[in-house]
Ligand binder design. Structure first.
Ligand code: 8YV
Length: 307
């Protein structure tokens, strides 16, 4: 099966593919001409829309090297009989660790402290004040989304002594469940673990961000567009809250106004970026391609197009 990929995947599984072409440069402009014969496309949640599909007339499979597939037009794929797969189940621990890391970094001012030391501003007289943070133990965590990653964060946060509340759509009698607005009012730390869909786009609107307590911390390892980014930047510039952000609306662009702020920790979409997780994701991508090649059932199909 001829495979076109936007990047070479890490780990040993990739070498099992016999016929792979890498497209260099910015996607989708880099796909500048029709590629008949390409049957599988490997993307890392880059745009796959009708225009891309037009250029790949023999495509049978989009194998996404990510669990989130918000940039893939699954309806357009289904209409052409193109299957879409993602990589669920192997990112939860890595993403949960990063979320907890961002909570710690923002609440305990780790990145800010690192910059202070590097800049030679560490002084025993504490010219900049006593440099105090807030501890996670005893604080209330509000999880927006309680799927695989949210649950993985909950376990780790409880081990750190946090009280864990959550919001999710599905009804449950669990006393820790809150409405979204109540969760935002009650939590010291809010962490987002919902996929980007038309329902979650802008979920944390300007009005909802105002519900956050003074001194609260927002952690986002899901998708930038789940939050009204301009409104979030305004809150951070005002210094009313702090944040740990791994995702942004226009990656790799980060809002200019955030760059000089001490109260925000910025990472470059590292949620799944561990050796173990990326190798496991690549294994799933390759296994899906090999299954398609053999005409077998795909492992992790996100839609089942009419065939
Ligand atoms: C991906 C992600 O690794 O899986 C996802 O949905 O956001 C990331 O962890 C990233 O999109 C690169 O593929």
């Amino acid at each position: 099966m001829k495979v076109l990929a936007t990047t070479r995947l890490p780990g040993p599984a990739w070498d099992e593919l016999a016929d792979v072409e890498l497209v260099e440069g910015d996607w989708p402009e880099s796909l500048s001409r029709p590629r008949p014969g390409v049957e599988a496309l490997v993307v890392t949640n880059e745009t796959v829309d009708s225009a891309v599909l037009e250029l790949l007339p023999d495509l049978r499979l989009v194998a996404n090297f990510a669990v989130g597939y918000d940039r893939i037009d699954v309806a357009a794929c289904a209409a052409r009989g193109v299957a879409v797969t993602n990589t669920p189940g192997v990112l939860d621990a890595a993403t949960a660790e990063l979320a907890v890391g961002l909570m710690l970094a923002a609440r305990r001012r780790i990145a800010e402290g690192d910059r202070l030391v590097r800049d030679g501003r560490w002084s025993t007289r504490w010219a900049e004040g006593p440099f105090l943070g807030r501890q996670l133990g005893g604080a209330t965590l509000g999880l927006v989304g309680m799927g695989r990653t949210g649950s993985a964060v909950a376990g780790r946060a409880a081990a750190l002594g946090m009280r864990v509340l959550f919001n999710r759509r599905r009804d449950t009698a669990d006393p820790a469940r809150r409405s979204l607005d109540d969760l935002l009012r009650e939590a010291d730390v809010v962490s987002l673990h919902v996929p980007l869909t038309p329902e979650t786009e802008g979920l944390l609107s300007r009005g909802r961000l105002r519900l956050l307590r003074d001194g609260a911390t927002l952690v986002n390892t899901s998708r930038g567009a789940v939050v009204d980014e301009d409104a979030l930047v305004d809150e951070l510039v005002a210094g009313r809250i702090s944040a740990g952000l791994d995702v942004f609306v226009h990656e790799p662009r980060v809002p200019e106004r955030l760059l000089g702020l001490p109260n925000v920790v910025l990472t470059p979409h590292l949620g799944s970026a561990t050796v173990e997780t990326r190798a496991a994701m690549a294994r799933i991508v390759v296994d899906n391609i090999l299954a398609a090649e053999r005409g077998e059932r795909l492992l992790t199909e996100v839609i089942r197009p009419e065939r």
